[in-house]
Design a protein around this ligand. Structure first.
Ligand code: SAM
Length: 251
């Protein structure tokens, strides 16, 4: 069973992407800087001033779509692609209706009905969602001025195959934003396909090393930064992680 097709993960991601800060983290002494992650993947990593008019953007592994909508603040057309049929159905309901109901997990079987809402000032007509496999994307997607891959790379069975497609997807001068906590797990990625997180020939290889090896011919690394994020599992359990964002420009 793909965990990204379950009720639990769907509700967790709707809250992660659309929950108000005080709802996701009702504790003043908690890690507030980790809130609003999908928004910060765009606001802290995209160089909006460099975008052409009517820019096209692609959000690969978009889940329930918050970063896709955030990209639409700056781009005329945004495509969000995810492997999870349920995530894309929810994202598409948000696109069409601007909102979707879900049940927030509280404790055991206790839940609270909630409404996820797309910020009303975002032009939802700029956004399109579809299911797809980031390692086997359909033809005719066209070229993009921005490609965002947020917390995707360490969930792919063959991340190098996904990276190999990127030069053909990003326009010269275009922006590629990859964020990840680099949580390599064999249940998602066979060890021989990990980009980093191992010793080879007596040397520690990091995921940043692996990304540079795969991308440097076609992309220049412009900046890196830490991006903390917080996922609320239930009322008293939270996952706090620190993704690394690597920001690249197509040569
Ligand atoms: C850790 S979540 C991150 C989602 C979102 N980008 C975020 O930052 O919240 C990983 C996402 O990648 C999707 N995914 C996993 N394998 C995929 C694949 N081969 N192609 C496209 N999406 C995939 C999952 O369905 C899930 O939505």
């Amino acid at each position: 069973m793909n965990i990204y097709e379950t009720d639990r993960l769907l509700a967790e991601y709707l809250l992660f992407h659309y929950g108000a800060p005080e709802e996701v983290l009702p504790h003043a002494d908690g890690p507030c800087s980790a809130l609003d992650y999908p928004q910060r993947c765009v606001s802290e990593c995209l160089d909006a001033a460099r975008l052409p008019a009517n820019a096209r953007a692609l959000d690969l592994g978009c889940a329930v779509g918050r970063a896709t909508f955030e990209l639409a603040r700056h781009c005329g057309e945004v495509i969000g692609i995810d492997f999870s049929r349920r995530f894309i159905e929810a994202a598409d309901t948000l696109r069409a209706a601007g909102e979707i109901e879900y049940l927030r997990a509280d404790e055991g079987a206790l839940t609270t009905p909630r409404l996820a809402v797309v910020p009303p000032e975002i032009d939802r007509a700029r956004v399109h969602f579809e299911t797809g496999d980031a390692t086997d994307l359909r033809d005719h997607l066209g070229a993009f001025d921005v490609v965002l891959m947020a917390n995707l790379i360490d969930r792919l069975s063959d991340p190098r195959r996904c990276l190999a497609r990127l030069p053909g997807l990003v326009n010269p001068g275009g922006q590629l934003i990859i964020t990840s906590p680099y949580t390599w797990l064999e249940e998602f990625t066979p060890r021989e396909n990990w980009l980093g997180g191992f010793v080879r020939d007596g040397r520690r290889v990091t995921t940043r090393d692996g990304l540079e090896a795969a991308l440097a011919k076609d992309f220049q690394l412009i900046a890196t930064r830490d991006l903390p994020f917080l996922i609320r599992e239930h009322a008293r359990k939270f996952q706090w992680s620190v993704a690394e964002a690597t920001i690249w420009r197509r040569r």
